[in-house]
Design a protein around this ligand. Sequence first.
Ligand code: SF4
Length: 490
Amino acid sequence: MSHAFLPAHPFDDDKLREECGVFGVVGVADASNFVALGLHALQHRGQEAGGIVTHDFETGFNQQRRMGLVRDNFTSPNMMASLPGPIGIGHVRYSTAGSKGQTAMRDVQPFFGEFSMGGAAIAHNGNITNADALRRELIERGSIFQSSSDSECIIHLMARSMGQNIPDRMEEALRKVEGAFSIVAMTRTKIIGCRDPLGVRPLVLGKIGDGWALASETCALDIIGAEFVREIAPGEMVVISEKHGVQSHFPFRPAKSRFCIFENVYFSRPDSILGGRSVYETRENIGRELAKEAPVDADLVCPVPDSGTPAAIGYSLESGIPYAMGIIRNQYMGRTFIEPTESIRNMGVRLKLNVNRALVKGKRIILVDDSVVRGTTSRKIKEMILDAGAAEVHFRIASPPTAWPCFYGVDTPDRDKLLAANMTEDQMRDHLGVDSLKFISLDGLYRASGEANGRDAKSPAFCDACFSGEYPVKPTDMIAKGFQPKVAAE
Ligand code: SF4
């Protein structure tokens, strides 16, 4: 097995993974450098593969796709010189739909299509919930698919459209698509951004000099020195060119926004801004809510690094129990540098995390983590803390129990693998072997995310399907395969 095709976290399959980040820029010299930097800042959203497409009027469209990290692929002068021009888009990927678990080269985006009015490239974050049905229909009508990705449906739907220009065709295509999509696309002169009517996945607009940028998160604007202008609204399409600036319209039937609440907990970078608030601040609020809902007498509050850190700080501030780094993360344990043989795999989480023995010995420890998925990592962390001599271990989790799979662009195990789908909180506590285990309530998470009255059961402000089982977009393909949601929109 070649290193280049290993998943990014071979020792940790116990996290939900956001599958994609998208970025685009127009009106700058050497757009590819900006795209590479933007993708680098979005690398947490997908580490398996990345791609960049640019256009200049001498050489036309140029594209490069690679397995692996942006910093390993899109830095050499030769590579960047092969992507000339003032306009470009890019994509980083962790596979969900398509060749699950291991990305095939043919599934690496952006996808490119040649139309009668010129070429277009498209990068998609999210998941199309009626892709199987669309694909069947398109193949019956003669489309030849190049990849196993749901996103390719959009290119084929565009090819079949009678629209007079690329934005019109994209609009028509996206009206047939169900699910979650934040899209960044490009023609020879324009970049196009579009969010699904519920705005499940993020997309933001930035200004850089005379140019413009689109990105999954504001941290990707920061890295290129772009000013954050605003979020693209749910259901909005923006067509951006150097000549005409930003033209906005709303091609879909209006719907109530249902942004992914898990972006607040885990997926987005803490230095990004979501819904007008820093993600860090929201996570600290989550910790405060958790401390109010689930207090416990203890000596130290420790995060499971890195994603549990802001919530642990919030818990500490609210409870008055000192915060400490009881677990230290090996910063350089990124992509594998050794073959994950069985013996190495058995070392598991120890390769990534180490307990600060001197600190935890004899202490009652509150461990704050972002989520419990399968529970395998939580069990190992508990063992490590107890081995180091802790007197008690209390888990506090910054999200409600993850009991349902996500079909909107996040890689989740099947329901039977989700601990919370099969056990009560007390059973999970016993299974993990900790002194206590408490999750934040859904209401508490909503309050921390800016909804002062908690979750409005009749009209929730966010998508929370992985906690509630209430799916705001019907997961058509999965229902056809036998999945039974608790509640699904029609
Ligand atoms: S199901 Fe969960 S992870 Fe998926 S979009 Fe909804 S809140 Fe986010």
